[in-house]
Design a protein around this ligand. Structure first.
Ligand code: PHB
Length: 261
């Protein structure tokens, strides 16, 4: 791929442009994209124009740019996230119907929790999670589950980086976080009272592949002082059902005697 004078490839520039879109910044002018991507105006305009021509980006009547449906289609079609989400969805709906609070599914991606799905009742309380949005591993219940079961090098990397306080209750001391991760492994769930925002408590359980590897976390976001026992029981039940649905046991073959065939 052709490199620019600064040495970054066309792919680098493309990714930088796409990364300027966030869950809260979905529409931008080409000039804003150029500035946020750190690219010369002319380069950004040219690449944005090419992306609009292919449908990966779309322009509205005011010539402002947003992510195109074609990009969503291509990205979603064959992503491993799609299967996980599709398999999990009916069981997430059951949790949501019974607990009547936010129910969400996350995977670990580049040292953060990436949310694949969120179901919410209109009456549910506060929640900062967005679908295709991210939360820090150390500060969210899903993130704690994913981090507690991550490879040692991932844990050490996260523990040695500055741990940002999202609220006064976030665990920002590495030794305390280490103890919390051990607790998450021992109890089989993570509770994060007020870690993200003081008014809510996240509760999450792991979803495992047959190998035992944790591939996702299923969580609910409750009002801060709500009891966690019933939501936790629903989460555990859903996790078992999702694990079976992800990897159903082989159908037992009943051998029929020859004379009855
Ligand atoms: C959590 O998973 O701990 C969590 C997520 C979103 C919130 C609050 C808590 O708004």
């Amino acid at each position: 791929m052709a490199n620019s004078p600064s040495g970054d490839s066309m792919t680098d520039r493309l990714v930088r442009i796409l990364e300027t879109f966030t869950p809260t910044r979905t529409v931008q002018t080409a000039a804003e994209i150029a500035r946020r991507a750190g690219l010369p105006d002319s380069t950004a305009h040219r690449i944005v124009g090419e992306l609009v021509a292919t449908g990966l980006l779309e322009r509205d009547d005011d010539r402002r740019v947003r992510v195109g449906m074609r990009l969503w289609e291509l990205a979603t079609r064959s992503s491993r996230a799609l299967r996980l989400r599709q398999v999990a969805l009916p069981y997430m709906e059951r949790v949501q119907a019974r607990v009547r609070e936010h129910t969400q599914l996350a995977i670990r991606e580049q040292d953060e929790a990436l949310f694949l799905e969120r179901l919410s009742d209109p009456a549910s309380g506060a929640n900062v999670t967005r679908i295709a949005g991210r939360l820090p591993l150390h500060a969210s219940s899903s993130g704690l589950v994913l981090l507690a079961h991550a490879e040692t090098d991932v844990q050490e990397r996260v523990l040695s980086a500055p741990l940002r306080a999202m609220s006064p209750h976030t665990l920002v001391d590495p030794a305390t976080l280490r103890r919390k991760l051990a607790e998450v492994r021992r109890l089989g769930h993570a509770a994060a009272p007020g870690y993200i925002e003081s008014v809510s408590t996240g509760v999450a359980v792991p979803i495992r592949e047959r190998t035992g590897e944790v591939v996702a976390a299923l969580s609910v976001v409750l009002p801060r002082d709500a009891p966690i026992e019933q939501p936790l029981a629903e989460l555990r039940r859903a996790a078992v059902d999702i694990e079976v649905a992800l990897d159903p046991p082989p159908i037992e073959r009943v051998s029929v005697p020859a004379e009855r065939r």
